[in-house]
Design a protein. Structure first.
Length: 516
């Protein structure tokens, strides 16, 4: 049988070989020696364990009782007696910095390679896109570009948070951002301040040859590019030293997820309503503006009274249910591919769930409002996002304001509601939209030199984001919609990957203030 002593001796040997990069031939012979007295099952189990690389525990492992935030505050303020005091905190931070120095270059290298590979894959889905990318790079274009000199993306001094929290950043991204999670998520490489993507406006043409020897169809490929500046999202928490010294809870595991959850809510709001001003990236409805200039905009023009979701009065024509199917058709036509998801506020989905046909049968099967259900409309999944406001402006007149991205989330949603009277329905092929995000940074400061006597410290989290929602745009002339109870259109240059449905009438079922 394999003894504990044998196990320890071999483990120490494997660790030594791993640390110096030795070959496997040496310790395999030791395994064979030990296997002579072991059964086949014991040997196989021990062989697999021996092949594992041994890693020392990190200074700030999750739940090990040491807090990076608390240690940074103790050293920054030169005060505090918790967890061994200032001297012990300095030693742990020094050990952690050595871990960061060893792991950070590899992490940044992997991020840069992943960003370039993911972008190239996304931009070469067709031969026309591949040709546009080749023309773009041949003309000297660079996808990831740095122009400003004040950015310090990826420098080790910023990237000093607990490594477990950095690695868990992606799982945290699943909370508070249902709309942003529909976008194609790309890692943002370090040292990048602007992203430029080639776009095919019009591809080459083919056609039936009229007769033998007649020329075939021809059309030159027309391309352009879209750009997005890298923007910063940041947040701070002020904490007293007494809390960090005396609190029995894990400070890192408590406050970092809270900051990250709020960060994700902000990203979601910016993807919806970012204005490209005031440091914001571009969203699909910049500053809450909906219209043909920015996207496919379908307006239900039915003015009849007594409307329901599935009936615009006495018939289905002109109802939101009818016009939402028309929106599917518009996106499928102008994008040349079908959309994938609806995005609505919970008020709209609740209205749909409450709707019935003329025989009082529910349109949505009971139970579709459950948290784990997959709601569907016209066969496409419905994503319910409370960050999509319900109070957009009636653009036909009045002085009401559109919603915008607030500087604070008010604890729930990032956008601030406007003073309008309706809530649009969104539909789109959201994977066409690109979201680049970096790895967040953490820093600890004195709140201020004057306030240092109160033993308060400030923790700051920030990250860099670039959003490209308009990769596919309409290359034709301005188009106006007409037909049964529909208005709106799409202008040249407007995004065709998504569209909105609105109803500018006082009795619209899409109005907020319906009691839901």
């Amino acid at each position: 049988m394999i003894t504990v002593t044998d196990h320890q001796r071999l483990s120490e040997r494997v660790k030594a070989l791993n640390n110096r990069g030795g070959g496997q031939r040496i310790y395999r012979s030791e395994i064979n020696d030990l296997a002579a007295s072991a059964s086949d099952l014991e040997f196989e189990n021990f062989r697999l364990q021996a092949q594992l690389s041994v890693r020392e525990k990190r200074t700030y492992e999750r739940g090990n009782g040491h807090s990076w935030i608390a240690d940074k505050v103790r050293v920054t303020m030169n005060r505090g007696d918790g967890d061994g005091g200032v001297k012990a905190a300095e030693a742990r931070l020094a050990a952690h910095q050595r871990e960061v120095d060893a792991e950070l270059p590899r992490l940044l290298q992997r991020r840069d390679a992943a960003a370039r590979a993911a972008t190239e894959t996304a931009l070469t889905g067709s031969l026309a896109e591949l040709r546009a990318l080749e023309r773009f790079t041949a003309a000297g274009g660079r996808i990831f570009e740095q122009r400003a000199v004040s950015r310090t993306d990826g420098q080790g001094g910023y990237f000093v948070g607990p490594l477990w929290a950095i690695e868990d950043f992606v799982p945290y991204a699943l909370a508070g951002r249902p709309f942003a999670n529909l976008w194609s998520s790309m890692p943002l490489p370090p040292h990048t301040d602007e992203i430029n993507l080639p776009v095919v406006k019009l591809g080459p043409a083919t056609g039936a040859q009229p007769s033998d020897l007649a020329p075939g169809a021809t059309r030159d490929l027309t391309d352009t590019f879209v750009s997005a500046s890298v923007r910063t999202i940041a947040g701070i928490i002020d904490l007293p030293l007494q809390l960090l010294d005396q609190s029995p809870v894990d400070v890192d595991a408590t406050y970092l997820p809270m900051l990250l959850a709020d960060y994700n809510t902000q990203v979601d709001g910016l993807a919806l309503l970012g204005s490209s001003s005031y440091g914001q990236p571009n969203g699909i409805a910049p500053a809450g503006a909906l219209g043909a200039a920015t996207m496919i905009n379908l307006q239900n023009t039915n003015n009849g009274s007594g409307q329901f979701w599935a009936y615009g009065g006495s018939t289905i024509a002109g109802s939101p249910h009818y016009t939402s199917a028309q929106l599917l058709s518009k996106i499928g036509y102008y994008r040349a591919q079908r959309p994938t998801h609806w995005v609505v506020n919970d008020i709209v989905w609740s209205l749909i769930c409450a709707a019935a046909d003329q025989q009082a049968r529910p349109l949505v099967p009971p139970g579709m409002h459950a948290p784990n259900a997959v709601p569907m409309l016209h066969g496409l999944p419905v994503v319910v996002d409370p960050a999509w406001p319900t109070t957009f402006t009636n653009t036909t007149g009045g002085s009401a304001s559109n919603p915008a991205v607030n500087s604070l989330t008010n604890g729930q949603v990032a956008p601030a509601a406007g003073s309008g009277t309706y809530s649009p329905v969104l539909c789109g092929r959201w994977a066409d939209c690109f979201a680049y995000e970096g790895d967040y940074r953490l820093q600890v400061f004195r709140q201020s030199e004057v306030a240092s006597g109160s033993l308060n410290a400030r923790i700051r989290l920030h990250n860099y984001v670039a959003l490209i929602p308009n990769r596919f745009t309409w290359a034709g002339t301005n188009a106006t919609f007409s037909g049964t109870n529909q208005g709106g259109g799409i202008n040249a240059g407007g995004a065709v990957s998504y569209g909105s449905l609105t109803q500018f009438v006082s009795n619209s079922v899409l109005q907020s203030g319906t009691g839901f």
